[in-house]
Design a protein around this ligand. Structure first.
Ligand SMILES: Cc1cc2nc3c(=O)[nH]c(=O)nc-3n(C[C@H](O)[C@H](O)[C@H](O)COP(=O)(O)OP(=O)(O)OC[C@H]3O[C@@H](n4cnc5c(N)ncnc54)[C@H](O)[C@@H]3O)c2cc1C
Length: 426
């Protein structure tokens, strides 16, 4: 088995596709007796070894969809393994949607919540903040049903916990009324984009910047709520985008890594990025098609560090002659109270570093990670990083409290693998 990026492979002894929480409960009890562990996947979209195991493996592909809608409370209850694209469409039939999303929707709801998956927007928090209630099968084989009213602290501890304390089978999610979203993208010199970013951050619901380091230009993406008549991309435009942003982009990446002519190819690529706009229902407007495989590392930093850190990154790229056609993605997220959320108690900027999958990412990622670490960066749980227990303990004020809760819910380590032990066990 492989993850989405095909950057790691593993061979579980058993694979389970349960159909109920009770079935999972008896699996856990059986594994306690056999002293064996289980790991679960959502859609395997993470780069870190969160899901890898040579013991037992489980997915919720047989437990999909909405269970109940509560339009009067603006909430829905869904099977936690539901893929986000299905979750979005089914919630929409009840006139509801998520306030914010990331840039693809192939993840599972549980996977996205558990890793602190986020979109962009200074007034908006990561997806896990939408979690009102959960049904969790613990490592002791108990079924725990909690929500923010009955167990606020426990919810804050478990909302982002990478499946290390239990398996989430059902999630009750806070939604909002469905809304239209207007998306605009255009290319700009990085100096201009930087001189305007603060104003844009305040004036737009969502601001995202993609910095292309070879040519020092940026693609700016603005998204705003709209009540105008929606004008989605037509089929032909979508097909063209698919070709340009995926197949052509992939060919250029292969060519660049083979010929090392990054500069010429980057300036050729820039010519294709003109002004583009469309609007659609938000759950259809947020996701993009990502067919080209890449490596990614993403760190969260306090928002006030934005300029200082970005300058250091640019300098390091220049000095070290790092070259890739993949951009650095810059997003903004409001702080929260979830104990293991990278945005815990700080409004944040996220820097995501990418390389084409066949490029040697390590020298580039290592240098960038040094900068992020120096400035108190916290890694995205699902994206490549090298932090282990002590680094994380330093970065999360409620670390020890979380560990106590995790140990209490999973005393036998049923839900742990080597990667998780390197994070949570000292
Ligand atoms: C192309 C692409 C685009 C992406 N875009 C974004 C983005 O815009 N913003 C962002 O923040 N991230 C983004 N990511 C990262 C991604 O959202 C996270 O890695 C997310 O965890 C993947 O969800 P998944 O369902 O694939 O989970 P997996 O990778 O399968 O699992 C992630 C974690 O969740 C746990 N888990 C899965 N199911 C359960 C369950 N039922 N109960 C408890 N734990 C569970 C797993 O064990 C694992 O620890 C992107 C990734 C890719 C590949």
């Amino acid at each position: 088995m492989k993850n989405w990026a095909k950057s790691f492979e593993f061979h579980p002894q058993n694979v389970y596709a349960p159909t109920s929480s009770e079935e999972i409960q008896s699996l856990v009890k059986d594994h306690i007796q056999k002293k064996k562990s289980i790991r679960m996947r959502g859609s395997a979209h993470s780069w870190t070894g969160l899901i890898a195991t040579n013991e037992s493996f489980l997915h919720l592909d047989q437990m999909q969809g909405l269970i109940e809608a509560y339009p009067e409370k603006n909430m829905v209850k869904a099977y936690a393994g539901t893929k986000l694209y299905r979750f979005g469409e089914e919630a929409f039939t009840h006139g509801m949607t998520l306030p914010n999303q990331g840039d693809v929707n192939h993840q599972s709801l549980a996977g996205a919540l558990s890793t602190g998956t986020h979109g962009t927007g200074l007034t908006l928090q990561s997806m896990a903040n939408q979690l009102y209630g959960m049904k969790l099968v613990t490592g002791s084989g108990d079924i725990l049903e909690i929500n923010q009213d009955t167990h606020a602290d426990l919810m804050n501890a478990l909302a982002v916990s990478v499946g290390s304390a239990g398996l989430l089978t059902e999630a009750t999610v806070k939604m909002r009324k469905a809304y239209g979203l207007k998306v605009e993208t255009f290319a700009e010199d990085i100096k201009e984009a930087l001189s305007k970013y603060q104003e844009r951050l305040m004036a737009n619901r969502h601001l995202e910047m993609f910095y292309f380091p070879v040519g020092k230009w940026s693609m700016v993406k603005l998204m705003n709520e709209t009540t105008d008549k929606l004008s989605p991309q037509g089929k032909i435009t979508k097909a063209m985008d698919l070709v340009l942003e995926n197949w052509l982009y992939e060919s250029l990446n292969i060519l660049a890594s083979k010929t090392q002519s990054y500069k010429n190819i980057d300036s050729f690529m820039r010519k294709f990025v003109g002004y583009k706009t469309f609007s659609n229902w938000s759950h259809r407007a947020f996701p993009t098609d990502r067919k080209v495989r890449f490596m990614e590392m993403e760190y969260n930093l306090p928002i006030e560090k934005f300029s200082e850190v970005f300058e250091e990154m640019q300098k390091s790229i220049e000095v070290n002659h790092f070259q890739t056609l993949f951009p650095i993605e810059i997003r903004f997220v409001r702080g929260d109270e979830l104990w293991l959320s990278p945005a815990y108690q700080r409004d944040s900027v996220y820097f995501a570093i990418h390389t084409y999958i066949d490029e040697n990412y390590r020298p580039y990622f290592d240098q960038m990670e040094k900068i992020f670490k120096r400035h108190g960066g916290r890694p995205h749980w699902g994206k490549w990083h090298t932090l282990t227990h002590d680094d994380l303990a330093e970065r999360y004020p409620r670390w020890d409290d979380f560990k106590k809760i995790r140990q209490g819910l999973d005393p036998h380590g049923i839900w742990l693998n080597d990667h998780l032990r390197s994070l949570f066990i000292k």
